[in-house]
Design a protein around this ligand. Structure first.
Ligand code: PHE
Length: 337
């Protein structure tokens, strides 16, 4: 019986050694209920009481040896399988990647930030106001009472009789002056609305940038100097500005301001339509009524204001001939800036 047991051990270990996928079969063959080792143990009844514990112990040793060999082989097989899998799934980090497309800021945002930088450099800070505005701030406080003809050119969208989408950034002037004592030196960029039909030069939504300076002894000379510095920074050192008399209800005197054409330098070309000048903004000295409306004494303080169209400036600068291009989000257009 002892010989039988050693034979089983030798055979089993040999088979385990050379096994590949059939480890379970070998386990069943030797250790299973009908396995060879079990059969030997069943025959133990025929042994003498002295022999029984000796053979029993030997049988246990054989079982342990076979189990240990099975486990070792299994671990070895798993390690090999893992290695093969890792080899098969190897990543080639030198392969070219898939580029993630990255956009860039919109030309209008870029123009707005550039404008902000220029005025911040001159000591202005940024003020913001609501796009949904009261009639009072958009019109009345700016010296545009009900039925004033200036309301026609700034017809906008009404939410109620009294609440509207602002047609200009000028209401921010009023909101700032109501809450801040002079000296005041702010710009206010943002969206404005007018009930204009969309065409190459009109849009019901566009962007303006307002400027306001209030202090003791501010004159038209300060306005002119400020705009001159701005125009040179924005359009180039050689740029000149020109004031043309105009009328705004909330400034007196008022002017429309042109810059010398930065393409032809004033000789006349396609961009300036032969004029030599390009209109860029409206400006003037803040009307005494507006100062009083905001609780600022016009005898003590004076100031200037200006308002420019961000689309208009961007279009002039890049020779863009259709305002609709800004809002269509066509990448073939946007990619050019
Ligand atoms: N708000 C005016 C407009 O939209 C522009 C302007 C601003 C004029 C400030 C004078 C002073 O046309």
């Amino acid at each position: 019986m002892k010989e039988k047991l050693s034979k089983i051990q030798v055979e089993a270990l040999e088979q385990i050694n050379s096994a590949d996928a059939n480890l379970d079969e070998i386990r069943i063959k030797y250790l299973g209920k009908k396995g060879e080792l079990t059969a030997v143990l069943r025959g133990m009844g025929a042994l003498t009481p002295e022999e029984r514990p000796i053979v029993g112990q030997l049988a246990n040793e054989v079982r342990e040896a076979i189990e240990a060999a099975l486990n070792a082989k299994k671990t070895e097989q798993q390690a090999k399988a893992l290695e093969a899998q890792l080899k098969a799934e190897k990543l080639d980090v030198t392969m070219p990647g898939v580029a993630a497309p990255v956009g860039h800021i919109h030309p209008l945002t870029r123009a707005q930030r550039e404008l902000e930088d220029i005025f911040i450099g001159m000591g202005f800070s940024i003020a913001e106001g609501p796009e949904v505005e009261l009639d009072y701030y958009n019109f009345q406080a700016l010296n545009i009472p009900e039925n004033h003809p200036a309301r026609d050119t700034q017809d906008t969208f009404y939410i109620t009789d009294n609440i509207l989408l602002r047609s200009q950034t000028s209401p921010v002037q009023v909101r700032v002056m109501e809450h801040q004592k002079p000296p005041i030196r702010i710009i206010s960029p943002g969206r404005v609305y007018r009930s204009d039909a969309l065409d190459a030069t009109h849009s019901p939504l566009f962007h303006q940038l307002e400027g306001l300076v209030i202090d003791k002894g501010i004159t038209m000379g300060d306005l002119k100097g400020t705009l001159e510095v701005f125009a040179k920074k924005m359009f180039g050192e050689g740029t000149q500005i020109r004031f043309r008399p105009h009328h705004f209800p909330f400034t007196e005197p008022s002017a429309e301001v042109d810059v010398s054409c930065f393409v032809c330098g004033g000789k006349g070309c396609r961009l300036c339509k032969g004029e030599g000048w390009i209109e860029i903004l409206g400006a003037g000295m803040v009307h005494p009524f507006v100062l009083s409306n905001c609780g600022i004494d016009p005898e003590e303080y004076s100031g200037f204001a200006f308002g420019l169209g961000i689309e208009r400036i961007t279009m002039a600068r890049y020779g863009i001939d259709d305002i609709r291009l800004f809002y269509e989000n066509d990448e073939r257009f946007l990619e050019q800036f």
